[in-house]
Design a protein around this ligand. Sequence first.
Ligand SMILES: O=C(O)CC1=CCC(=O)O1
Length: 378
Amino acid sequence: MKTNYKIQGTPNSPVLMFSNSLGADLTMWDDLVPHLLPYFKVLQYDTRGHGQSELTEGPYTIEMLGQDVIDLLDQLKIDKVYFCGLSMGGMIGQYLGIHHPDRLHKLIISNTDAKIGTAEGWKDRIKTINEQGMQAIVDGTMEKWFTKAYHINRPYRVAEMREIFLANSLAGYTACCAALGAADFREDIKNISVETLIITGDEDEVTNVEQAEALQKEIEGAQLKVFHARHLPSTELPAYYAETLIDFIVGEDGFDRGMHVRRTVLGSAHVDRANRNKNEFNTDFQEFISQYAWGEIWTRPGLSKHTRSLITLSMLIPLNKKAEFKMHVRAAFNNGVAVAEIKEVILQSGIYCGLPAANDAMHSAEEVFEELGLEYKE
Ligand SMILES: O=C(O)CC1=CCC(=O)O1
């Protein structure tokens, strides 16, 4: 089975994986990604029979779709992820929570239930689509996915999602309908022990607030967040949805967020050393750095961490702060910067900051390369 996926983010960051709803594809998460990249590697994939993933013969089962996730993680050599699945993706998340908790750091199940709809209802839908095509249910689906206000305010985004829905193959969509018709985790859901967040929308008629509350009762310690949305809050309210995921995974506090990002950029060894060296004189300063530099600025979605590394290096060259510069050369590699790019930054600084500053930076950078065993080759 060939699963289409996209993975973005810096090498040291934990992986947050997303699983799409029935009839959507991996792009449904795209608007969240810039908000999440400061914290995570983001792994999006197309469920079997959807998007660019392989279309195998149906019917499928949620177990099969869950095993696809495990196979993809094995293929990518990823041991554990934070997993967020919406609707059908949420059922896949439940399957993973029940059968593969060792592969999950935490679980987010959004707009879903332990059983969605009835077997009869799914059979009827398969029959309608086989006879009349996806067109027969597209208007109803867009109504279910988005609030009236979103249809009015963001018609272009609704039109895009409509196109994605219509581009589904009948065979892939109906094979997943069959999986949903057969899936029933009502007996097993109580066995989920991984920390779980449940999300739903106050206007979601597919998997409503009562259903989400019932799920919350079954999963020990589960948290519940209700958005003002219908079935696809992640698309309708991407910044708020991303913020909710960050709150749940990393924490609401700027300091906790800063420490998380600081570890991804400077490495845990550096941060642990700084923590060990804390004393009455420097603690306030250490916390100030974590909260403001790392928690407020490096977490902003407006520039990638890669770009932030390059501009930080170029600002440190004229400041002539050798230790800080060397620390940020090391950090730049954690943000995916290449040796060749550091060379370009220093060359550019030679013009704008002056040759003595650039010359010193060149020596400092080479000291770091030597320490890390890196070589520059054309
Ligand atoms: O299409 C629907 O009715 C909504 C839905 C159910 C499962 C899913 O992923 O979306």
